[in-house]
Ligand binder design. Structure first.
Ligand code: PEP
Ligand code: MG
Length: 761
């Protein structure tokens, strides 16, 4: 549809009438009554009625002009029942010249609707949910023209905003005679806890819908011009994305951008926006309206592809809103409240770190995975993250009160008072616990039978460094160097790398820092390097395999590490080593860099240790041999368990299927610990299990004396260790750690031991 700006510049009569009806300050009921009166007059129809959905999901006649007043708040129907119910169910307009002859027509004598032939019903939509149905009827059998349908849809949208706004600000005062809107009831959504914790805060949408402050346009022609400008800016930005640097670097991002472009140029989408503005809405309100229509339809779709497209459309709608507000189309607004809980479909580590951390309380994602970078960063910085909270974006509004319950893996939206007080009680207990952990900060972790255990941190970014002091950790047991690469838009230069490593060493003071060389591939993809498509990336060309085939990048990194370690103790380890030979080759590369620095007369580290990450079963079975070559061993239990059980750590269906406390897994862990001990090579565990008290004490019982974990694990693990008799737990477990065992897990045995011994886990 092309828009001729001369067609109309004045809002139509109906919009003017609605504007007047909106100006009043009466209760919602009175406003609804004004609305139906204004609609009936402006559209010259005998009947205008509003049906709203009640919490029990019944539609109730809530205001009418033309039907019997006595039927208001009496006549009810189920969605799907009768013509009104059909509109609610399908979320589409229904325009009939002869309603009584329609098979779905259901006669309601109490409304006195016998004489009315024609029927036009449109859904009242908000946030993809149907709040109700707006209906006009007339005596004569005529079908309403396209413009009338558009106008009524526009009125329905304005109506939805008024109902919802009033309900939200006015509370009880605004309540519609016993009607509470379905959209704003408390909700509890289940998800998956990717970073544990309990937090209370207020919702902030990562890509916020801009509230249409002024929904009705003053001057339609001018508004149409604004919309065209906004669309032009949007299209230019999407074109730039498609031909831009990021797209050219990665095939996947190019495909995403191409889809965006398809939508940005989609004639139907743009046509709907133009029609909405043409009917009297502001451009912002038009975007909201079209978005609501798409949501209502696509949310009903079971097709995951279509549902995913809905998100693309939503993103695009958000971009258009930002273009309309004159904002440059860059990263979103990061001006958040003091207790913000971010809601998003998915969020990248760089986007996450754009937020002011002192204000960020938690994150809720519709997608996400436990070992995604975002999840790892959240655990590192102690921000609870609930992922896989399906459909949550359709239920949340900016500013809603929110409780994230990491222990129960759910989020409460607009919680009831009783839920809030129960939650606060738990928060207080958690607060007491963290004060207790805080008090233990300077207490060394030592078991009852006098085994000192070194508790270290997993880190990777500058933001993690202050946590060494805060947690009282004994050093950094795993510094994931790839994080810096993942959160940067461009490949970090030698100088930047050196600087970060130096800062980490400085922050740790006399405590050790173990740098892990780049662990790329698998789930760790750099925005500026095109991922090589692989059937099984986790067991594909990754980490040390890339480094040995294309040594340039690793040599560069090793150079930065050697420089950063000048005059200090430098510990470096290689990830995903599968054979001893691979380690020997990697170590040779490191030695070359040391030689180079020596030749150039640079200051060398005062002490160098080169270790290996043990993350593959094959290396576990080479423990004796690897100990001849490595200065230390660090068990990457996340990967080791994934490969041991052949269960993808990123796949929610299987990642929790097998317990690392399975006797088979424990016998491998024991085998490694004993092998390293025989060779006199220090061994540690740096997977996530090291930070969970039950798993941690089990590891100590198996012989591990060094554990590296997310910051949130230090306190709980230390307080458990202080009560642990490691030899006694070992004795308890040993008979079960055999290849004859049929047990799925030794967890209940460890738990019982903890109960008897008073170990807090
Ligand atoms: C591991 O695999 O256990 C590990 C610590 O490394 P990452 O989680 O970074 O793969
Ligand atoms: Mg790993």
């Amino acid at each position: 549809m092309t828009v001729d700006p001369n067609i109309k510049s004045q809002p139509p009569k109906l919009m003017r009438a609605i504007r007047n009806a909106m100006a009043g300050t009466e209760s919602v009921q009175e406003r609804l009554d004004d609305f139906v009166a204004a609609i009936s007059k402006a559209m010259q129809v005998k009947v205008a009625s509003i049906y709203l959905l009640r919490p029990g999901e019944d539609l109730e006649l809530s205001a009418t002009q033309g039907l019997k007043a006595s039927a208001v708040h009496k006549t009810r129907m189920k969605p799907g029942e009768g013509l009104v119910g059909h509109v609610a169910l399908t979320a589409r307009p229904l325009n009939l010249a002869d309603a009584p002859s329609h098979p779905l027509f259901s006669y309601r004598p109490e409304t006195g609707e016998d004489p009315f032939k024609s029927f036009l019903g449109v859904p009242i939509l908000r946030g993809g949910r149907t709040l109700g149905v707006l209906v006009v009827q007339s005596v004569a059998a005529r079908s309403f023209n396209e413009e009338e349908v558009e106008d009524l849809l526009t009125v329905a949208m304005v109506l939805a905003e008024i109902i919802v706004d009033d309900e939200r600000v006015g509370g009880k005062k605004a309540a519609l005679k016993g009607i509470t809107l379905v959209a704003f009831k408390p909700e509890t959504i289940k998800g998956k806890t990717f970073a544990n914790g309990l937090v209370q805060g207020h919702a902030y949408l990562h890509l916020p819908p801009v509230a249409p402050a002024n929904m009705l346009a003053e001057n339609i022609a001018a508004e149409e011009g604004r919309l065209e400008e906004g669309i032009a800016v949007l299209r230019a930005s999407v074109d730039a994305m498609v031909s831009g640097e990021t797209a050219s670097l990665s095939r996947a991002s190019k495909e995403i951008y191409e889809t965006y472009r398809m939508f940005a140029y989609d004639r139907k989408w743009v046509g709907r926006l133009r029609e909405a503005v043409h009917s009297g809405l502001t451009s912002e309100a038009a975007v909201e309206r079209v978005r609501n229509e798409h949501r209502a339809r696509l949310m009903k779709s079971r097709d995951p592809y279509l549902r995913a497209r809905l998100h693309d459309l939503e993103d695009l709608a958000n971009r258009l809103l930002r273009a309309l507000s004159g904002e440059a189309l860059g990263p979103g607004n990061k001006n958040i409240s003091d207790d913000a809980i971010i809601f998003a479909r998915e969020i990248g580590p760089a986007e996450l770190l754009d937020y002011d951390r002192s204000k960020l309380r938690g994150i809720v994602l519709e997608e996400g995975s436990a070992s995604s970078h975002t999840a790892i960063i959240c655990r590192a910085i102690g921000v609870p993250l609930l992922g896989r909270a399906e459909g949550v974006l359709d239920l949340i509004e900016i500013g809603d009160e929110v409780l994230i319950d990491g222990e129960e893996a759910c989020v409460h939206i607009r919680p009831l008072e009783t839920q809030v007080s129960a939650f606060q009680m738990r928060l207080n207990i958690a607060g007491e616990m963290s004060r207790a952990y805080e008090a233990l900060k300077f207490t060394p972790a030592k078991t009852v039978d006098n085994e000192p255990i070194s508790l270290q941190l997993n880190a990777g970014l500058l933001v993690d460094l202050p946590q060494i002091e805060q947690s009282g950790a004994d050093g950094i047991g795993l510094f994931r160097t790839e994080f810096q690469f993942m959160v940067s838009e461009f490949m970090p230069r030698l100088k930047e790398q050196t600087e970060l490593y130096r800062k980490a060493i400085e922050a740790a003071g006399s405590r050790p820092v173990t740098f892990r060389t780049l662990d790329l591939g698998g789930d760790k993809i750099l925005p500026y390097i095109d991922p090589v498509p692989e059937e099984n990336p986790a067991i594909g060309w990754r980490a040390i395999r890339i480094a040995l085939d294309r040594p340039g990048l690793m040599r560069y990194q090793l150079r930065a590490l050697v420089a950063a370690g000048a005059g200090k103790h430098l510990k470096v380890m290689f990830p995903m080593v599968t054979t001893v030979e691979e380690f020997i080759q990697a170590r040779a590369l490191f030695d070359r860099e040391v030689d180079r620095a020596k030749k150039l007369g640079e200051e060398l580290p005062s002490k160098i240790e080169v270790g290996v990450m043990l993350e593959t079963p094959s290396l576990a079975w080479s423990i004796n041999s690897i100990c001849d070559h490595a200065d230390f061993v660090s068990v990457g239990a996340n990967d080791l368990m994934q490969f041991f059980f052949a269960a993808d750590r990123d796949n929610a269906r299987v990642s929790d299927r097998y317990d690392p406390l399975h006797p088979a897994a424990l016998s491998v862990m024991k085998y490694i610990a004993e092998g390293a001990a025989r060779s006199g090579v220090p061994v540690s565990v740096c997977g996530e299990i090291a930070g969970r008290p039950i798993e941690a004490i089990t590891l100590v019982a198996l012989g591990y004396r060094q554990l590296s974990m997310p910051v949130t694990g230090i306190g709980p693990v230390k307080s458990a260790l202080l009560k642990l008799d490691a030899a006694k737990l070992r004795q308890t477990l040993e008979p079960h750690i055999t290849t004859e065992s049929r047990l799925m897990t030794l967890r209940p045995i460890v738990r019982e031991f903890c109960m008897e011994e008073g170990i807090p886990v």
